[in-house]
Design a protein around this ligand. Structure first.
Ligand code: ATP
Ligand code: MG
Length: 268
């Protein structure tokens, strides 16, 4: 398979037809799963150090079309980490109170504190995706949001947060298969919503909206990754690998112990 970049160059226009959702490099399922198990063990160690040190933050943003694998990613990639140090926030349609503020108000309340990994299952990007496609606000409003998002992410980055954004890229055919599986399996019925069907009909408009996001909000301090996600095992492997590499680059260390610990005697 010809090499496919994971992260588009900052500033370069993204065309999703150049990114194959089936892509899996030279990897096979068995090797990917084996390596991923090691990566997850390492992720658990690094997360403990992040938590103990309490100095830095990692924010992971997951965006995808329905059935794109956001929930599956959270379930599989983070199943070895200590839940105490991880905060997952799922962003749904805004409440009346949330709508009475600026669009980043609700998001900022959920940014993770120092020492934590925060996972956004959907995010502020919905405000230039579903909002744009369904014309929930006029164009002059959503068009300004790309700059607002970049500035917001810059603030987080300047305040010690590393930001990783993943677009889980599936094909329209793969979505159909996943919906059909949800319909065929009673234990998956709860994951199916007939409300997802009109969204599927707007597939091309969503791809245009995603291309704008991936082009305009792909900064050095908060890069996007386009994760080929038709193969769940490849998706999990790539995301685990990217998170581990990022944490490895963050100067994590256990904090200095108290002085004189070698002389401490625990009384009977
Ligand atoms: P699943 O994929 O498991 O169904 P989900 O993320 O789709 O999970 P739902 O409760 O089905 O969860 O959907 C959340 C809905 O909230 C989505 O349709 C999404 O587009 C919508 N939403 C999120 N943020 C906003 C926003 N800022 N404005 C309008 N709608 C939003
Ligand atoms: Mg849904």
């Amino acid at each position: 398979m010809a090499q496919q970049p994971l992260a588009p160059k900052s500033g370069s226009p993204v065309k999703l037809h150049n990114f194959d959702p089936e892509y899996h490099g030279d990897l096979n399922k068995k090797d990917a799963r084996e390596t991923e198990a090691h990566l997850e063990a390492r992720l658990a160690e690094l997360q403990e150090m992040l938590y103990a040190q309490g100095k830095y933050t990692l924010l992971i943003v997951l965006q995808a079309m329905d059935a794109g694998g956001k929930d599956g990613t959270i379930k599989h990639v983070f199943d070895s980490v200590n839940p105490q140090g991880v905060r997952v926030t799922s962003f749904k349609a805004p409440t009346a109170e949330e709508l009475s503020h600026d669009f980043l108000w609700r998001v900022h309340q959920h940014t993770p504190p120092k020492g934590y990994i925060g996972i956004f299952n959907r995010s502020h990007y919905e405000d230039v995706l579903v909002v744009r496609v369904n014309k929930l606000v006029p164009p002059e409003i959503w068009k300004e949001r790309y700059d607002h998002i970049n500035n917001f992410e810059r603030l987080l980055a300047d305040s010690g947060t590393r930001i990783l954004k993943f677009f889980l890229h599936i094909s329209k055919e793969e979505q159909k298969e996943r919906f059909e599986e949800r319909l065929a399996r009673p234990d998956k019925h709860w994951k199916f919503s007939t409300g997802d069907l009109p969204v599927r009909e707007q597939w091309d408009e969503y791809m245009d909206a995603y291309e704008a996001v991936l082009t305009r909000c792909n900064t050095d301090y908060a890069p996007w990754h386009i994760v080929p996600s038709n193969k769940k095992w490849y998706r999990n492997f790539i995301i685990s690998k990217t998170i581990v590499e990022t944490l490895e680059s963050m100067n994590l260390a256990y904090p200095d112990p108290e002085q004189g610990l070698d002389k401490v005697v625990i009384p009977d």
